[in-house]
Structure formats: structure tokens, C-alpha cells
Write a protein that binds this ligand. Structure first.
Ligand code: ADP
Ligand code: MG
Length: 159
């Protein structure tokens, strides 16, 4: 039986969102799927940028709204940043490189996972970003054994 972990953070500004991502990067593992929920402007891309920086990437992080997928080859792993905001039907999803890259060794961060509905493979960690006036509420839930182990490790080290 999975012992679920949910944890909540309040992030007061963009720097804190980036910093959260940078710290989370240490616990990201190959083949992990992370889904990012939140309205437009919530901070899904900002958080992903923080993770990429934490993984050693120093270039520009584009929002992958067009195209739907940006890939990064990093020292420790391959990183796939999906944004399904513009997905309207299954054909568009198939064209996005989604099948080829999910289930491999790369780590996948997915914005607008709700657009992929039940075509999304199992998610390890779900991140909800809620807009609270000038700050953000982050609710992070581990949904798989791998996700639980990841958050447990971070928790032990005193997130
Ligand atoms: P999304 O990808 O969810 O559409 P973006 O990351 O593109 O959102 O944009 C998020 C916006 O919110 C940016 O303008 C960023 O400066 C701002 N932002 C990010 N984190 C915070 C925070 N913790 N508090 C307030 N504003 C934030
Ligand atoms: Mg975005």
C-alpha cells in the first residue's frame, strides 16, 4: 500500500518559485513524470526553469507552448518539458513527441496535463500551483512509490 505524501509551501515571489525548483532538482530522477497544474501565469514554467537551473542548465528556458515539447540533454539526465495547453485532440498529442519520450529514461515535466486526459502515463508527482494575490500556494503530492521515495528523501534532508 502506498503511503501518500502531500506537502504545502507558500512561495512569496518569483525568486522563491525558482529556488524551490532548484532545490527539487536534486531529487528528480530519470523516468520520473511530474505533472504541473495551475492557471495561466501560475508559475508552471517558472518552476520548471528553476528545476532546469538546478540540473545545471544555464540557457534560456522557453515556454514550450509552441512547439509542445522542449528537450534538454543535461549532465545527469534527459529532460522533457511538455506543455499541452494547445492540445485539442489526440492526433495533436501523438504529433508532439509524447509517445516517444514518455516511458523512457528522461524526466518529464508536463504543463496542462489535464489536456492529455487519460493518455498520460502514470504520474509520480503532482504539483498544484494556486494563485493567491501576489504569492503562490504549492501543493505537492506523490502518486507513486517512486514519487513517495523522492519526497521522503527530500523531507528527511529538511526541505
Ligand atoms: P505558467 O507557466 O503557469 O503559465 P509562468 O511561469 O509563465 O506561468 O508565469 C508565472 C508568472 O507569475 C510570472 O510572471 C512570474 O514572475 C510570476 N510568479 C512566479 N512565482 C511567483 C510567486 N511565488 N509569487 C508571485 N508571482 C510569481
Ligand atoms: Mg507555462
Amino acid at each position: 500500500m502506498l503511503n501518500p505524501i502531500t506537502h504545502r509551501w507558500i512561495l512569496h515571489n518569483e525568486m522563491q518559485t525558482l529556488d524551490w525548483g532548484r532545490r527539487f532538482a536534486d531529487f528528480v530522477e530519470p523516468a520520473m513524470v511530474v505533472s504541473l497544474y495551475g492557471d495561466l501565469g501560475a508559475g508552471k514554467t517558472t518552476l520548471t526553469r528553476g528545476v532546469l537551473e538546478g540540473l545545471g542548465y544555464s540557457g534560456r528556458v522557453k515556454s514550450p507552448t509552441y512547439p509542445i515539447l522542449e528537450t534538454y540533454s543535461l549532465a545527469r539526465l534527459y529532460f522533457y518539458h511538455f506543455d499541452f495547453y494547445r492540445i485539442c485532440d489526440k492526433n495533436e498529442l501523438e504529433d508532439s513527441g509524447f509517445r516517444e519520450n514518455f516511458g523512457g529514461l528522461g524526466v518529464c515535466f508536463v504543463e496542462w496535463p489535464e489536456k492529455a486526459q487519460d493518455w498520460l502515463p502514470s504520474v509520480d508527482i503532482k504539483i498544484n500551483i494556486n494563485i493567491l494575490d501576489n504569492q503562490r500556494e504549492l501543493i505537492v503530492t506523490a502518486l507513486s512509490k517512486k514519487g513517495v521515495l523522492c519526497l521522503e528523501k527530500w523531507q528527511k534532508l529538511g526541505w
